[in-house]
Design a protein around this ligand. Structure first.
Ligand SMILES: [Zn+2]
Length: 353
């Protein structure tokens, strides 16, 4: 698709009519319309965001090729209400009708405007690949359908969502990993990091609502899924009988270890396979041996999660008790049950126990 045909449009939050001058005063650039060199802030902001979005779209064209896209809407947040620098709004997007929604925070716009006005300013890889990450989330729409309530009094819901973030953020970050921008360069370091994170998760306090909120905050602050998740995805992909894929994964892992470039064709083959990895299979593979003959995490450790989830099944309290569980969250809460059905769980007989 030619860039002028990409059906993307940008809008502001709040609407330009409601934006006070001091809200845009700190953005880099000259927006004095009385000055011959001054530009219109809103036009320039839309233009720079479009440039970076379209560049990412073109970079991912081998993945986006036959995707039906009716509209891509990007909200440029001027007030800082969004949590992330950029986001894909899963719940507002309609995959069947090809309608997708994204958002960008003021920090992203600031970086883009700096880059626009100052030719010496180079964007960091994080800002350079912001939209590749979000577009991969869009391509992963089918598998990302787990709703959870961040305010839920049930920590189990948080745990599952947390574990699943390693899959979804890991897939979205594969592009960056294969471009050489991940601080973790090998499978073993990723395994160690994940293992220590799971211990942290299990041994934090999860016994009353105040303590649960505090633990959630501490766990969320470490956000290791952005650097570890990619390796978990590569591990899960290597648990396959497909020998061609296995050897490709081995080759690419070595290239990443050695800081070498991964060729684009190999990169897109891997991302395509990753986008087919459903959540149940992903979790299941973590305790299976990958192509290096090792599990990503011992079942002894990972099983602490379903054990707690199953044993604490009826602890959920509060206004969201029934409504949330009765709908989509049934799938989320049932995740570990499907992989290791409750009635057949015998921890003493599972490998490694
Ligand atoms: Zn993400």
């Amino acid at each position: 698709m030619e860039s002028e045909n990409i059906p993307v449009h940008f809008y502001f939050c709040p609407d330009p009519e409601d934006v006070e001058e001091d809200m845009i005063a700190d953005f880099p650039g000259n927006y004095d319309e009385g000055d011959a060199a001054g530009k219109c802030f809103f036009l320039t902001a839309s233009e720079v965001c479009r440039t970076h979005f379209v560049r990412a779209y073109k970079n991912l064209s081998p993945l986006l090729g036959d995707k039906y896209l009716k509209s891509l809407s990007v909200c440029i947040d001027l007030s800082g209400i969004f949590n992330a620098t950029a986001c894909y709004f899963f719940h507002c997007s309609d995959d069947k009708n090809g309608e997708y929604h994204f958002g960008a925070r003021p920090s992203a716009l600031t970086a883009y405007l700096k880059n626009y006005w100052d030719s010496d300013y180079t964007l960091s890889p994080f800002y350079q690949h912001l939209w590749e990450h979000e577009l991969i989330h869009m391509l992963d729409h089918e598998h990302a359908g787990y709703k959870f309530s961040p305010e839920s009094a049930d920590y189990k819901e948080f745990w599952i969502q947390y574990i699943l973030s390693f899959r979804s953020e890991g897939i979205a970050e594969l592009y960056d990993l294969m471009k050489g921008h991940n601080p973790i360069k090998d499978m073993n370091s990723a395994r160690c990091k994940f293992r220590s994170e799971i211990f942290k998760l299990i041994f934090k306090g999860w016994y009353n609502s105040e303590n649960i909120q505090k633990s959630k905050k501490q766990i969320n602050e470490s956000v290791i899924y952005y650097s570890v998740g990619q390796w978990m995805v590569l591990h899960a992909l290597s648990c396959t009988d497909n020998t061609e894929l296995k050897s490709l994964l081995q080759k690419v892992s070595l290239q990443i270890n050695d800081g070498l470039d991964v060729n684009e064709q190999d990169m897109f083959i891997i991302i395509k396979h990753a986008l087919e990895l459903d959540v149940d299979h992903f979790i299941h593979c973590l305790t299976e041996c990958g192509s290096d003959g090792q599990v990503f995490i011992s079942p002894v450790v990972l099983n602490e999660i379903p054990k707690r989830i199953i044993n604490d099944r009826n602890r959920r309290q509060g206004k969201d008790t029934d409504i949330v569980y009765e709908n989509d969250d049934l799938r989320l809460v049932g995740l570990f049950d499907r992989i290791w059905p409750e009635n057949s769980i015998s921890y003493s007989s599972r490998p490694g126990n």
